[in-house]
Design a binder for this molecule. Structure first.
Ligand SMILES: Cc1cc2nc3c(=O)[nH]c(=O)nc-3n(C[C@H](O)[C@H](O)[C@H](O)COP(=O)(O)OP(=O)(O)OC[C@H]3O[C@@H](n4cnc5c(N)ncnc54)[C@H](O)[C@@H]3O)c2cc1C
Ligand code: SF4
Length: 557
């Protein structure tokens, strides 16, 4: 930029609480704060910033949701028309081979895995509904407002964020529509950006919040929404699979949820600690849909939407310190997903509610900008902790032992935990982050994936059109390379540049030009899944927010 924009040069707005991210965590926190103020006959000012063009536009989940937190937050959610319409009626779990499937009997599954009584939903639509509930009690929600920078007080505590910077060209020049953004200042700032948030990353580093915990682990979740012929549809049926097409050493699996209106939500999660840099999560998903158990469900239907998003998988061992001076991490910014249940929404919502309760007490006591250590205690004493504690060894066992050993010992451990309240293994640790798990390409052979048929499976760019993603092209690239020479000089020769394969949106290409090889970044394709920020072997890619409103436009993912 030509000119520095310093504090005081932007317009500033002050709130009691500023919340970054209108996902289930951020919206639940906002609602709880206002509820408490209403109950006490007091006022509390709350704003929620959302980088999507509307609430829900960047939300992608499965989702079979446990309504436990929603029932605590809004007990009459049914009467109020919450979009939880499909109760799970049938819960199936399979081990897949290339042409067959072995169903695991439900009685073998630990009780906590049972999905009966849960709801198959669109999380994007639940967030839209939560936003309407929040606005009805006075929460200010600003969609299209990407929070790009953290602001600090002189004493080092977080005092707010900058959001809404726009109109900067690719070269960093101010364009005629330049907007310096606004300073949103709060007594407390809640970081609710979901998995691998860009501000959360900066804050964790600044305050050393990860010092006492294991590295966070992630998966990439790819999802399509299909409308299928009524004859193929089984309302309320929920299916999970493991095994094919992934090999025994690569963790992951699929989900297929039959929602209302003949909709089927189908998705595939690949654990990002995979070793083989030739693996292509997108093409694994595409070939999975041709399995003889899956293809008949989709046949004759049409794919309505496509997208991808990282999911946190580290569990209890990877939860960082949750509070820092001036704010807290809530939801998947902290990483509260219960991996074997593939559920994080209930914990995200509950963590937001607990943070709200602690911040409300602090504000009433005249405090501001200090560390909400009560929130840390509240999470430890809540059912979030119990939910995550019971399953804490499942992911590390899977990482160490692969599919068969991980499934057997992880299942046994969950049963022992359920019956005796203890784990057979103490607490197993995650030793390295997902980028470090990638092995050199020389140790593997390229994988020969079948060509998508254009009916059940699709090439990446055709599918991408169904994410609705869009970015103003003349803006600074939001996928920053710390060193622009590394992809061609190091990541290509050693790892065959896996960004070409792990990115679900075809953002990264190695282009052969007359002057040699060039690493091309098609930033406008990005669906904000954050996988590159997580999996790039030398950790050279830094994902930052683009201009607000840019990115996917998911209808009901
Ligand atoms: C493929 C997949 C399947 C899943 N299946 C299930 C399931 O079946 N059941 C279940 O319970 N859970 C499931 N989960 C997990 C669940 O989706 C998450 O636990 C939950 O969404 C976390 O909520 P959150 O509010 O913390 O974050 P998110 O839902 O990710 O919301 C974060 C919001 O913050 C916004 N944001 C981020 N950064 C900024 C910024 N800097 N400025 C402004 N806005 C910002 C984002 O655009 C987004 O709207 C799944 C996840 C994935 C990826
Ligand atoms: S560029 Fe990164 S964040 Fe964007 S879609 Fe590709 S992997 Fe995901």
């Amino acid at each position: 930029m030509n000119e520095e924009v310093g504090p005081g040069m932007r317009e500033a707005m002050e709130y009691d609480v500023v919340i970054v991210g209108a996902g289930p965590a951020g919206l639940s926190a906002a609602i709880r704060l206002k509820q408490l103020a209403l109950q006490a006959g007091e006022t509390v000012s709350v704003c929620v910033l959302e980088k999507g063009s509307e609430v829900g536009a960047h939300i992608l989940s499965g989702a079979v949701v446990d309504p436990v937190a929603l029932s605590e937050l809004i007990p009459d959610w049914r009467e109020k028309g919450a979009p939880l319409k499909t109760e799970v009626r049938e819960d199936r779990f399979y081990l897949l081979g290339p042409s067959g499937a072995l169903r695991l009997p439900n009685f073998l599954m630990p009780r906590l895995m049972d999905n009966h009584g849960k709801y198959a939903i669109s999380l994007g639509n639940l967030c839209r509904w939560l936003a309407s509930q929040a606005e009805a009690i006075g929460v200010e929600i600003y969609p299209g407002f990407a929070a790009s920078e953290v602001l600090y007080r002189d004493d080092g505590s977080v005092r707010g964020v900058v959001a809404g910077v726009a109109g900067i060209s690719k070269m960093g020049e101010k364009k005629p529509d330049y907007q310096p953004g606004m300073e949103l200042l709060g007594k407390y700032v809640f970081i609710a950006e979901g998995a691998r948030g860009s501000l959360a990353k900066a804050i964790m580093e600044k305050f050393g919040l990860r010092a006492g915990c294991c590295p966070q682990k992630f998966g990439i979740g790819l999802k399509e929404l299909w409308e299928v012929p009524p004859a193929n549809h089984r309302l309320g049926q929920v299916t999970h699979t493991m095994g094919w097409p992934l090999g025994a050493k690569t963790g992951g699996g699929s989900f297929m949820y039959h929602l209302e209106d003949n909709l089927v939500s189908i998705g595939f999660v690949v654990h990002l600690n995979y070793q083989n840099p030739y693996l292509d999560p997108y093409l694994e998903f595409q070939r999975f849909k041709h399995h003889p158990m899956i293809e008949p469900v989709l046949s004759g239907g049409r794919r309505i939407a496509y997208g991808a998003r990282a999911i946190t998988e580290g569990g209890l061992q990877s939860v960082p310190k949750l509070a820092f001076p001036g704010g807290v991490l809530i939801g998947c910014s902290a990483g509260f997903v219960n991996v074997p249940r593939i559920k994080g929404t209930h914990n995200a919502m509950k963590s937001g509610m607990l943070a709200a309760e602690c911040a409300f007490d602090a504000i009433r006591a005249g405090r501001a900008g200090d560390e909400l250590s009560d929130y840390v205690t509240a999470v430890d004493n809540s059912w979030i902790y119990d939910d995550l504690r019971k399953v804490r060894n499942v992911k590390p066992l899977w990482s160490k032992l692969g599919l068969a050993g991980g499934l057997a010992l992880g299942g046994l451990d969950m049963w022992v935990n359920e019956i005796f309240g203890i784990s057979l293994f103490g607490t197993l640790r995650h030793r390295r982050n997902d980028a470090e798990s990638t092995r050199p390409a020389a140790e593997f052979k390229p994988i020969d994936y079948p060509k998508p048929d254009g009916v059940i499976s699709f090439d990446r760019l055709t599918n991408l059109a169904f994410s609705g993603t869009n970015h103003e092209e003349d803006q600074p690239v939001h996928l920053q390379l710390k060193d622009s020479s590394i992809p061609i000089r190091h990541t290509l020769p050693v790892y065959a540049e896996p960004a070409q394969r792990y990115c679900p949106a075809g953002v990264y290409e190695v282009v052969d030009e007359s002057g040699g090889l060039r690493f091309q970044i098609n930033a406008q394709n990005c669906v904000h899944c954050k996988t590159c920020d997580i999996k790039d072997p030398p950790q050279n890619i830094n994902w930052v927010v683009p201009q607000g409103g840019d990115g996917p436009n998911y209808p009901n993912m």
